[in-house]
Design a protein around this ligand. Structure first.
Ligand SMILES: NC(=O)C1=CN([C@@H]2O[C@H](COP(=O)(O)OP(=O)(O)OC[C@H]3O[C@@H](n4cnc5c(N)ncnc54)[C@H](OP(=O)(O)O)[C@@H]3O)[C@@H](O)[C@H]2O)C=CC1
Ligand SMILES: Cc1cn([C@H]2C[C@H](O)[C@@H](COP(=O)(O)OP(=O)(O)O[C@H]3O[C@@H](C)C(=O)[C@@H](O)[C@H]3O)O2)c(=O)[nH]c1=O
Length: 302
């Protein structure tokens, strides 16, 4: 019998890849939860606003998933600062409800590098969290809630990049669109991270479950570190945009509502020791370029 998997947030930038990767493996019988169902076959989609926990519980008690992968979120950090109840309901309460289902044996929660305050970088799993904004606070609270359970809980702290199936506003999409229109943008030269391409992360999540890695918290990320300016520059280079459209700036010049951390690079020794290799940044970027060209070749004349 195939193993029933539910992907919460399967229409998202990461979720679309999780849905594709798990659906492509006959071991799994995959279902998606989202509000819109964009690009998900109708017979695989469970349309839900997960902040309606009564409805969520009812439909999942009927479906009985064995594995839940939680990639749903409100990733607009400033919006989370404005609507704290919604952020808490989506990031903490809904995840907790799913983790408590009697059928669930393994639960993967996609957390964030933002749980750290960014004062130091190269964080290991045991370092203390000190979130600077409410988005990150809810990710930390969710981790704490979930880790109380005796089920196999995997918390993956990571930063990600990619693009949506229906064009959205990820960092990559924002920069690509600006460069394409010939607009100038500024890149933070003092903010450091080691982000994974979403296509890569989806495969690594499958590997994590298949290798039966010990439950707990894991840091995922590229083996090298870059600034957000370097990241934006690599987009300009990869797509042959005019590099002079990108200028350097520092984080304190930005006008965010919610404070952001400076250096959230994650040390990945623990997951590498468990036998899962983390790629170099250029490997993921090459995959993104390939995926982007395949998807948008005609639309953008690539
Ligand atoms: N993007 C980033 O820079 C980073 C993201 N992360 C984490 O990675 C994970 C994936 O993020 P990403 O793919 O960028 O997110 P997206 O915003 O691309 O996708 C979010 C997903 O959640 C679903 N969703 C949102 N609200 C609800 C709701 N109320 N009820 C049901 N479904 C909902 C959306 O579906 P729909 O709109 O169809 O309902 C969508 O499928 C998240 O856990 C995030 O915290 C970590 C670090 C960085
Ligand atoms: C990085 C960057 C962003 N910006 C602007 C445009 C961009 O859309 C906006 C937000 O940028 P970012 O997406 O990098 O910033 P931010 O919203 O802080 O990204 C975060 O997202 C959440 C979901 C996480 O989990 C975190 O780890 C974190 O990476 O700020 C610049 O103008 N220059 C820059 O160098």
């Amino acid at each position: 019998m195939p193993i029933k998997v539910v992907i919460a947030g399967a229409t998202g930038m990461l979720g679309q890849h999780l849905f594709r990767v798990f659906s492509g493996n006959p071991v799994y019988d995959v279902y998606a939860i989202s509000r819109t169902g964009a690009h998900i076959p109708a017979d695989r989609h469970i349309q839900l606003d997960m902040t309606d926990t009564a409805q969520l519980k009812k439909s999942m008690l009927a479906l009985k998933p064995e594995i839940v992968i939680y990639a749903a979120a409100q990733v607009n950090v400033d919006l989370c600062e404005k609507d704290k109840d919604y952020a808490y309901a989506l990031h903490v309460t809904a995840a907790k409800v799913l983790s408590e289902l009697p059928s669930v044996k393994s639960f993967v929660y996609i957390s964030s590098d933002a749980v750290f305050d960014g004062q130091r970088g190269n964080y290991v799993e045991k370092d203390s969290c000190n979130p600077l904004n409410y988005y990150a606070t809810t990710k930390m609270l969710a981790e704490q809630e979930l880790l109380k359970r005796s089920t196999d809980i995997y918390v993956i702290r990571v930063n990600i990049y990619g693009f949506h199936a229906t064009p959205g506003n990820s960092l990559f999409e924002w920069a690509w669109n600006a460069f394409d229109k010939g607009e100038k943008i500024t890149g933070f030269d003092n903010v450091y991270f080691n982000p994974l391409y979403v296509g890569t992360l989806a495969r690594l999540v499958l590997k994590l479950l298949e290798k039966k890695v010990k439950k707990g918290v894991y840091h995922f990320g590229t083996s090298d570190t870059l600034s957000k300016y370097d990241f934006l520059l690599s987009i300009a280079n990869a797509f042959n945009f005019d590099r002079s459209l990108l200028q350097k700036t520092e984080l304190d010049q930005s006008k965010f509502k919610a404070p952001r951390p400076l250096n959230t690079t994650l040390c990945t020794n623990k997951i590498v020791a468990a036998g899962i290799r983390m790629p170099a940044f250029e490997e993921g970027m090459a995959e993104l370029v390939n995926d982007f060209k395949k998807k948008f070749a005609n639309e953008y004349n690539l």
